[in-house]
Write a protein that binds this ligand. Sequence first.
Ligand code: P53
Length: 475
Amino acid sequence: MLQDDFLWGGAIAAHQVEGAWDEDGKGPSIADVMTLGSVDKPRQITDGVEAGEYYPTHKAIDFYHTYRDDIALLAQMGFRALRTSIAWTRLFPTGDEAEPLVAGVAYYDDLFACMREHGMEPVVTLSHFEIPLAIARSGGMAVRENARKFERFAEFCIRRWHGVVRYWLTWNEINNQFNTSNDLYGWTNSAVRLSAEADPERAMYQAAHYEFVSAAKVTAIAHEVDPDIMVGCCVAADVIYPLSCHPEDVLLASDALHSTLFFTDVMCRGEYPNYARKLFERRGWELDITAEDLAALRAGTCDYIGLTYYMSNVVDHSHQADISASTSQSSAHMVDNPYLQKSAWGWQIDPSGLRYALKQFDERYGLPQFIVENGIGLVEKPDGAGRIQDSNRVDYLRAHIEAAKEAVETDGVDLMGFLAWGCIDLVSFTTGEMSKRYGFVYVDVDDRGEGSGRRIKKESFDWYRGVIASNGERL
Ligand code: P53
């Protein structure tokens, strides 16, 4: 049985839904200069907003104007929580103004009030791939002063929405940037083009360090404001298996898991693990990590682990591939799992992997956990009768919720809630497509932003309502 106050709901992110990218004084963010891609065509990052390029976030699903209706619709499923992010540049257009924009503050005031009117707990990410472009231009999070700007922004948010927002997440999927093989992840996590760095890996660790420190400081500030506020870290918990029992595969998988565990180790324990210290030594890196930073890390460990989960991966020590165009693989040793099916975007479907991830975190840290994203991207369009029959989505979510329940009931995992990613169709992060759909609600907008914008409930809508009403018993 799941706890009575289990936080059922969905998750979205500002840049993937709001649109209105330059309205009411909003400044450009790093997401606003990412073009449309596809499964085999990576999104490009342009130097600024260039004429003739198409940028999917500029319109997205126009949530900035439709949020009241959209939230009322999602409320019909009985959502107890809705996760979204605050677009930093809607408040502070270059990330460093002394005062926030009145219109931006009013928008989030009303957005959170609207959630509360519908009985939803807002779960708010402070940075979901939305760093101000101006900050990218001054070195992104590889520059200490820029991380300080994030702290000031975050402190403003936590104070402003005190009493309204109890659950916060600092950096969305902070561990994606561990994949330094292409520019997408360093850009979206840290506003740094890693390929332009002399040593991309070093730059990644330095940026991650400043982010760790800023997250810890923000967590400590939140607790000063109100000890009841809960601030989580957020990691993509894509688990990694060895292809075989060959000892080299097993060791490789154990090392490859550092792509997640390095980040949770620092944020949950408040100190650098031995393997990281050794790595820095071996590479001869003198990272800017001060004694004061280390004290801040210890004083601001996260209250819970916010994990996103989509897939598992497999590594084979004898395999070496070019992954620079892959949106699903983060290591050159990754190969297909012969036992699993993949989504149309190559993401391997593995409900047991979710239980594995939850167990692993619980055994390692013993902290509460919150599944803040899970779901499957599908190609969909209404049938002749105008219905969207998404039984594949129901199958995917059912199996993952079952695995999560097993982790609670058998393994004793302390699970706070389950949020379905993209509960209303939105712009895909990795490809920028609208046609990679995740929602219980269909949005009539195509990859080029054309369409009526009409919202249609899919078949999964009623199913999920039943799941929530029965607290996960009726699957
Ligand atoms: P899309 C993998 C790689 C990159 C981002 O992704 C990811 C993941 C999943 O672990 O993260 C999240 O839209 C992200 C969301 C994103 C969602 O996965 O490419 O937090 O912003 O939309 C799904 O299918």
